[in-house]
Design a protein around this ligand. Structure first.
Ligand code: GLC
Ligand code: MG
Length: 525
């Protein structure tokens, strides 16, 4: 068996830097704050941290609008702080993955300022400029993900530019060779500094149709969905030429040893798997977001795991994501009891797990009073639940004011639940969600069945989802009760309880059938 890489056996933990730990009292998390918490992350047992963007930014989209790709935003610290953090992480055996945002820059980036300055600018073609339609108005029907048309009018140069997200986030023109080279140099800048890889933002958006054809209507659109979903974005996303760009990125990264390229891609699974690369190399891991979006029941989950496993191309390594900064937290999506079962699912499926900060203590979406809303998506498309602030509130470290996150005023409110739900309290409690995560992570590190083993579906019977993981003749059984009613599952062979999500009955030997209590998950070995 080939030796597996760190990003195959390891666990990735997403840090949203604004909300992890503030070190200087400005209410915004920063790199020195993350540095202070590295020992916690090492104790938790994860292998790699992915940092959402830390680069200079006007923060129209909280760092996903970058005005300089090769520096650190002053709110987060400095390049020297970054080097210290990277070094301290590496000394603890933790890898560091940066967020690379190639689809768009900030409108304050010098490239865009130049591009916008005149139609004759040498950088005009670095962005996507078009004349108005003959009858006036935007050149075509393309929509912004964040609501409204994707075209913004520039009065001075009398053309429109394309922005898939905010108008403060103009899209780069990836058909342009100079753009590509400039962005590959950005990758090299960070690779030379020693980063272990990149999570690539909206990678399936990079290339747009050269003929600027209208997107067709989405026939499945339902009232109440976000306005962007009215069209089927076939001419603005998932274009065939994107794979050529990705293979170039992959070559840049592969020139360095043991680095990883992860793609953010929201597509149906049949399309998603093409990002592993078919004719040429793709990303190492196209993020698999199915657990963020699926119905929470046993048959649905069994089907999606089975289909995903079946569709993976040869050599394609699976991965699973349970939470991130763009979606409701797992504890809110499935409830606190099922969040434990979800943790067991994430950490026992085959493939690299990605965790979201705070999920390991069971943080739920916080309630954000209207006057404190920060997310531009919620501001532009209010009231239908697209807001991302609830999942971005400060990490809850202890029961003190502001949960130990800041001595200042936090940029988003700390959730009220922090008095009981925080790292300090849960670290003392042997039955906490945090205790469960640590046990799961420890078991996963110790048992090769869980990292390199095969996955086999056993049952999806009512609320019960059961599968096995086997390696070198040894087999573990995972049985999850996805509901509140107790269930029995017949066992083919006797097994010993290695872990229950209730964190009791370890070592019980069970034969014949196993009784799963309300909302209980078990690993039997
Ligand atoms: C990605 C990011 C999201 C951001 C968007 C635009 O989806 O995860 O937070 O708003 O890209 O950059
Ligand atoms: Mg700060």
């Amino acid at each position: 068996m080939p030796k597996l890489r760190w990003w195959q056996t390891g666990i990735i933990y997403q840090v949203y830097p604004r909300s992890f730990q503030d070190s200087d009292g400005d209410g915004i998390g920063d790199l020195n704050g993350i540095l202070q918490r590295l020992d916690y992350l090492a104790w938790l047992g994860i292998d790699a941290i992915w940092l959402s963007p830390i680069f200079p930014s006007p923060m129209a989209d909280f760092g996903y609008d970058i005005s300089d790709y090769t520096d650190i935003d002053a709110a987060f610290g400095s390049l020297a702080d970054f080097d210290r953090l990277l070094d301290a992480a590496h000394r603890r055996g933790l890898k560091v993955i940066l967020d690379f945002v190639p689809n768009h820059t900030s409108d304050q980036h010098p490239w865009f300022v130049d591009s916008r300055s005149s139609r004759a600018s040498r950088k005009r073609d670095w962005y996507i400029w078009r004349d108005a339609a003959e009858e006036g108005g935007p050149p075509n029907n393309w929509l912004s993900v964040f609501g409204g048309p994707a075209w913004a009018w520039d009065e001075a140069s009398r053309q429109y530019y394309y922005h898939a997200f905010l108008k403060e986030q103009p899209d780069l023109n990836w058909h342009n060779r100079e753009v590509r080279e400039a962005m590959y140099d950005v990758l090299r800048f960070w690779l030379e500094r020693g980063v272990d890889g990149f999570r690539v933002d909206v990678i399936w958006h990079l290339i747009k149709d050269r003929q600027f054809r209208d997107n067709p209507p989405n026939l499945g659109y339902r009232a109440g969905e976000q306005p962007y979903a009215r069209l089927d974005p076939v001419y603005t996303t998932d274009r065939p030429e994107v794979h050529e760009v990705i293979s170039e990125m992959r070559q840049v990264v592969d020139a360095y040893q043991d680095r990883v390229l992860i793609g953010e891609i929201y597509l149906p699974v049949e399309r998603l798997v093409s990002y592993y690369g078919v004719d040429r190399e793709g990303v190492h891991l196209p993020f698999n977001f199915q657990l963020l979006q699926c119905e929470w029941n046993a048959p649905a989950i069994l089907d999606l795991v089975r289909d995903y496993e079946a569709l993976l191309p040869g050599g394609g390594w699976p991965n699973w994501v349970l939470g991130n900064h763009d979606n409701h937290r797992i504890a809110s999506r499935v409830g606190t009891a099922q969040a434990r079962v979800a943790a067991m699912l994430l950490l026992t499926l085959r493939g690299t797990p990605t965790m979201y900060y705070g999920d390991e203590i069971g943080m739920a979406d916080a309630i954000i009073p209207p006057e404190l809303v920060q997310d531009p998506f919620e501001k532009r498309v209010p009231g239908i639940g697209v807001g991302r602030d609830p999942a971005r509130t400060p990490m809850q470290w202890d029961a003190s004011a502001n949960a130990g996150f800041t001595r200042g005023t936090p940029w988003l409110p700390v959730a009220d639940e922090h008095h009981g739900r925080n790292v300090a309290a849960e670290a003392e409690d042997p039955h906490s969600v945090l205790a469960l995560y640590r046990r799961l992570i420890e078991l996963r590190r110790r048992r090769p069945e869980l990292t390199v083993g095969d996955w086999q579906a056993l049952a999806a019977d009512g609320d019960v989802l059961a599968y096995s993981r086997s390696h070198a003749g040894s087999r573990l059984l995972v049985a999850l009760n996805l509901g509140p009613t107790p269930h029995r599952l017949p066992l083919a062979e006797p097994g010993r309880v290695l872990l229950s999500t209730h964190l009791d009955r370890a070592h019980d030997v069970i034969s014949g059938q196993v009784e799963l209590r309300s909302n209980e998950g078990l690993i039997l070995g």
